[in-house]
Structure formats: structure tokens, C-alpha cells
Design a protein around this ligand. Structure first.
Ligand code: PLP
Length: 423
């Protein structure tokens, strides 16, 4: 363990890291972070081109967010949210309602992306239950990822990660991933949607964990139209796509249809503190807003609407809605497009995809998927250049904080070009 400082040694002894096999796990100690850079314990400066798992939209240690956090900590750090409320939560609900579709009526708080999905699924099922016409079937898209809890795993693709649990997950009908004109997906959707279908859940426009797989807004609109024809509850999981990622505030802003439920997390606090939001439209709320107390939604988490998380979310939203950030999102989108326009296809490249601030390059691989052997090769190549580009299997992607400069983006594109040349 030469070269490791004491805390890195203690980490190996004590800590179990997410999505990481215990054997061979070598986490790097981070001392501090500022803007788009992580500073390691041993003096390296690494560019965080994946926004620390898609959460850090304004860069690390942002002055304004830091201030909001310390101010709130001095006032109110937490309070039980049943029977009590506080201004940071109310302010956040007002801001979210201003940016979400007009039909959104209530904001339900939880504490991460998976729980925002659990809440949405439970609301959709109880919506039918409360009206005395129970519906239990759920439709999802092939390739979907909605989180790591049992409900969110159930509505997602069965794969290596879910294998030990598959028999314990509830059954869901899957529609093929809507490639191209989505004809196959649309046809299957028509077959599957019936009066027994409770909900249709989807990651709008981009399936993140599946490898930044992208599909057309028009096709999703058609799938939602079919679901709507039988009053199916439509759930948009915008945990990754929300808060500017796709070039608009929400990926659903590219659609004609407004979903009934939105699941939000990741970028909402600017990557500071955990928070989950399930935004609920009037139609769903109505089925719960009744005298009969047995029809209440009996669900909650200890840290529901944590005031510190709400305060940083308010500060992050203020930055996000500001002119500078909106221009940055536009600028990154244009830079990605310019790179894509001059991109020279290489026989190892299968596809290059772009949506808003997300750019993805999929490589040909015999073992395509999350566990592809290419994954380590890609990761090591870029880390060797102090660039954090943690690939999804054989897919290299850039998903940067919006403060990243054009020069920094150019450095990433050039490194990708070199990697592809040397591959
Ligand atoms: C990350 C993610 C989740 C899960 O969020 P966690 O906060 O990691 O539980 C759910 N859905 C999508 C689309 C995600 O990208």
C-alpha cells in the first residue's frame, strides 16, 4: 500500500463503495474540489467531465450555494415534515411549479432518485385503488434504468445488476427501445395498453444508464398518446434529464404531451445534498384529496424536505434560471454539435449521439454493455490525462457541469480524438 495515505488505507479496510467489486477497488482520495476540478490527496487536478455522477451542474464548491448552505445551517437544519413546514421547502415548491407544466399541482419530497420513482409508482397504483377501479400493470421501456430499490428495479431492464433479484421483482411489460421512427415500439405499445394498465414509465429522450441511448420526442409523444387513450398514468423519470441537461429545463419540454408525474433528483441541489421530488398533476392529486382518510398517501422518509437540501436547491435553481447559466447550456450544446459535425468516423466507432449538454460516443465491442472490457481501458486512458470520463461500458460520454469553458471542452474532444486514434 505504498503511496497511500492513512485515510485511503482505512477506506480499503472499512468501506464498501457503490457499483464497485470489493476486489481491486482503488478509490482515489479527494481533498477538495472547485469548479470543474477535483484535487486529489496526492496533488493531482482532475477534470470532472461527468458532473460527479450527473449531479454537479454548477461546478464544485460554488460560492453562492455555499453561502445559502451555511446561512440555512445557522437557522434550521432539519424539522419533521409531517405537521410542520418551512420557507425553503415552500420557496422550492413555488419555483418548481413555475418551471414544470401548468397541470402540476403538488410537490412531494423524498431523498434520492430511486425514492422519487418509488413514490411515483405507488401514487400511480394508489390513484386507481382510491377510485375503486384497481389497475396493476405497468409498462416500461427496454433498457430502462430507474434506480436501485426493489420497485425502481422492477420497472427497469432485467440485467446483470438485477439478476440475483429477478424472481422477487414485480412483473412489468416492456416496450422495445424506440429506435428511429419507433414503429416497433409503437406497435407493441398498442398491443400492451389496456384498461388494466396503471402506468407507463419512461426516461424521456435519453436513457442515461443504458449508455446515453437517445430517441425522438415525436416517438415518445406517440407512445404517450397511446397510453392516454386508456387513461394510463404517465411517469417521466427526469432524474438525469432534468434541470437543463437536454438543452431545455426538462426533457419533457421537447414534447407535446405533459406527463402526470415527474421524478426529479440529481441536478436539483446542484450536486450538494440528496433530494428527490415527485411532482404530481391535478388529475392524480384529485384522487387523494378526499375526506376518507384511508385514501391518504401513507409514505414518507426521515429526511423529507430537509431544509439544508431545500436551501441549496433554491440557490441552484436561481443560478440555473439566470441568464449566464442558460447561455452556458446553449454554448455547450453548440460546442458539442460543432464537434459532432467535424467528427471523423473511425472503424471502432459505432455511433455518436448528442442531446443538449450530453455527448456520447459508442464504440464497437464484442462484449458491448456495462461490463465491456473497453470500460477499464477508456477509464484508465482518460484518468491518465487527469480527465474523469467514466464510461458506461463501451460508451464514452461527456456530461459536464454548465460552467465548463470552451477551452476545457476542447481539451476533452482532443483527448477523445487521441484515444480513438490509438485504439
Ligand atoms: C440515477 C438515476 C436514478 C436513481 O437515482 P439515485 O439518486 O441514484 O437513487 C433514477 N432514474 C434515473 C433516470 C437515473 O439516472
Amino acid at each position: 500500500m505504498l503511496g497511500l495515505n492513512n485515510f485511503e488505507k482505512a477506506d480499503r479496510k472499512n468501506i464498501w463503495h457503490p457499483f464497485s467489486p470489493l476486489a481491486g477497488n482503488k478509490p482515489i482520495g479527494i481533498k477538495k474540489a472547485k469548479g470543474v476540478y477535483l484535487y486529489t490527496q496526492d496533488g493531482r487536478k482532475i477534470m470532472d467531465a461527468v458532473s460527479s455522477w450527473w449531479v454537479n451542474i454548477h461546478g464544485h464548491s460554488h460560492k453562492r450555494i455555499n453561502k445559502a448552505l451555511s446561512r440555512q445551517a445557522a437557522r434550521l437544519e432539519h424539522v419533521i415534515f409531517a405537521g410542520f413546514t418551512h420557507k425553503p421547502a415552500v420557496d422550492l415548491s413555488k419555483t418548481l411549479k413555475r418551471v414544470l407544466p401548468k397541470s402540476i399541482d403538488k410537490i412531494f419530497f423524498s431523498d434520492n432518485g430511486s425514492t422519487s420513482v418509488e413514490v411515483a409508482i405507488k401514487l400511480a397504483v394508489q390513484y386507481w385503488h382510491n377510485q375503486g377501479k384497481p389497475r396493476k400493470k405497468i409498462i416500461a421501456l427496454e433498457g430502462a434504468y430507474h434506480g436501485d430499490t426493489f420497485g425502481s428495479m422492477s420497472v427497469a431492464e432485467r440485467n446483470l445488476f438485477s439478476a440475483p433479484f429477478n424472481e422477487l421483482l414485480f412483473e412489468v411489460d416492456f416496450v422495445p427501445f424506440p429506435k428511429g421512427d419507433g414503429a416497433e415500439a409503437i406497435a407493441r405499445m398498442k398491443e400492451l395498453v389496456t384498461e388494466e394498465t396503471a402506468a407507463f414509465i419512461f426516461e424521456p429522450l435519453v436513457q442515461g444508464a443504458a449508455g446515453m441511448q437517445m430517441y425522438a420526442a415525436e416517438v415518445l409523444d406517440k407512445l404517450i398518446d397511446i397510453a392516454r387513450s386508456k387513461e394510463v398514468v404517465c411517469i417521466a423519470d427526469e432524474v438525469m434529464t432534468g434541470f437543463g441537461r437536454t438543452g431545455k429545463m426538462f426533457a419533457c419540454d421537447h414534447l407535446r404531451n405533459d406527463p402526470d408525474l415527474f421524478c426529479l433528483s440529481k441536478g436539483i441541489t446542484g450536486g450538494y445534498l440528496p433530494m428527490g421530488i415527485t411532482a404530481v398533476n391535478e388529475r392524480i392529486v384529485k384522487a387523494f384529496d378526499v375526506e376518507d382518510r384511508t385514501k391518504a398517501f401513507f409514505h414518507g422518509h426521515s429526511y423529507t424536505a430537509n431544509p439544508l437540501a431545500c436551501a441549496v436547491a433554491n440557490a441552484s435553481m436561481k443560478l440555473l434560471l439566470g441568464k449566464k447559466c442558460q447561455q452556458d447550456i446553449q454554448r455547450i450544446t453548440e460546442q458539442h454539435q460543432a464537434y459532432l459535425d467535424q467528427f471523423r468516423f473511425h472503424d471502432k466507432v459505432k455511433e455518436i449521439r448528442h442531446c443538449g449538454t450530453i455527448l456520447a460516443i459508442e464504440l464497437h465491442a464484442d462484449d458491448a454493455g456495462y461490463t465491456s472490457n473497453l470500460k477499464e481501458k477508456i477509464y484508465d486512458f482518460f484518468m491518465g490525462r487527469d480527465l474523469l470520463l467514466r464510461p458506461l461500458g463501451n460508451v464514452i460520454y461527456i456530461l459536464p457541469p454548465y460552467i465548463i469553458t470552451d477551452q476545457e471542452l476542447q481539451r476533452l474532444y482532443k483527448a477523445i480524438d487521441v484515444f480513438l486514434l490509438e485504439l
